[in-house]
Unconditional design. Sequence first.
Length: 379
Amino acid sequence: MAALQFELEAGCPHSAARAGKITTDHGEVLTPIFMPVGTAGSVKTVPQEQLEQEVQARIILGNTYHLYLRPGLEVLEGAGGLHRFMGWDRPILTDSGGYQVFSLSGTRKIREEGVIFQSHIDGSRHLFSPEKVMDIQRIIGADIIMAFDECPPYPSEYAYAEKSMHLTHRWLDRCFTHFNNTEDKYGYTQNLFPIVQGSVFSDLRKESCAYVSGKEAAGNAIGGLSVGEPEQQLYDICEACCTDLPVQKPRYLMGVGTPWNILECIGRGVDMFDCVMPTRNGRNAMLFTSKGVINIDNKKWEKDYSPIDDGIDSAWSHYYSKAYLRHLVKSKEVLGLTIASVHNLAFYLQLVREARAHILQGDFVSWKNEQVGILQTRL
RNA sequence: GGGUAGGUAGUCAAGUGGCCAACGACAACAGACUGUAAAUCUGUCCUCUUCGGAGUUCGAUGGUUCGAAUCCAUCCCUGCCCA
């Protein structure tokens, strides 16, 4: 059993895009990769079987905060970790709860020690410290675990962003110390990724990248983006961070994004992505297809009996028609949620596979530039 | 035939003299959603609009009144009960 390895296979002549291979004790992941979000131990509405077969997911996310509250650590530990609990033997990455510091801002207090959360389920109070979050992620047993950070909102004042970043850095030290003082629980190796913060301020981002790089972690993450800033700013900061983070380690851009965001950021050197968009927006009737974006709820699809997307290498995407999926969505049939989610995820995974193929064959940039236009089209 | 309850916008359904173009729900139509408190949320939803308003509505017709979806008369229709 060994720590995560990252092998760079190819770069790209006209961009920072690269193709690589991550090796974990639960198998290999070819990059660039998109990781479906399975917050509470489930990629919402999608069975593990479809995740493997139709979606071809290689690695998925879980969330520390949600799994800690429910089912709780006893259940997870009793199961032998999240992989066994949910029946998924490919890699898993857990987010630390840092994002919940941001999204549950109404029910938490940030202190030097950590964050006092109020459970969104029953209102009970819990302290999340860097040490506690490491312990929880040890028990959940993800292959990649994330440092506990604060994700500041957009917009943030410079002074706040700076203060927040430094807190995240101090927490990062504590995360690594505690992580290194604790052991893998289930016989395979866990890897801790630090997270760059600094809001939209380039000097803060630079400082944060340097701090994070100093940890010489198996991989590095860029956090605090796609929280409302303009797209160009996302790209610019992403580019700057990729420049300042180690070349030989995978770069993970947290929470991004739309298909075109992903292509643009692959072009800037990102290797790993995750986002709720394919699943959440799918459940809310938004489909990403090889020809553009569809709101399947719209009347225009009522009698469109053509496949959801025959350009996608997923049986479900050509087996079911737009008209049928629209009917399911309008009727609130639960199958509609699953079909939409499976399709969107299959689309995202195919997108990153194609990006990889174009990086390897050397024409990524021209392909990307064409795709970015097509994918944003509103059908 | 007699009695009785009722007929309100696509549907259900409030309103029973002015604060009513008319509560609410549903349906319909459109939008939002980026490390998931989201199978959620928002908007529109009689017609026209230069978004300030303007014009037609509450089974039909006639009437009372400064003013009616709301009161009165007649008629039409529906449910239930009795013959």
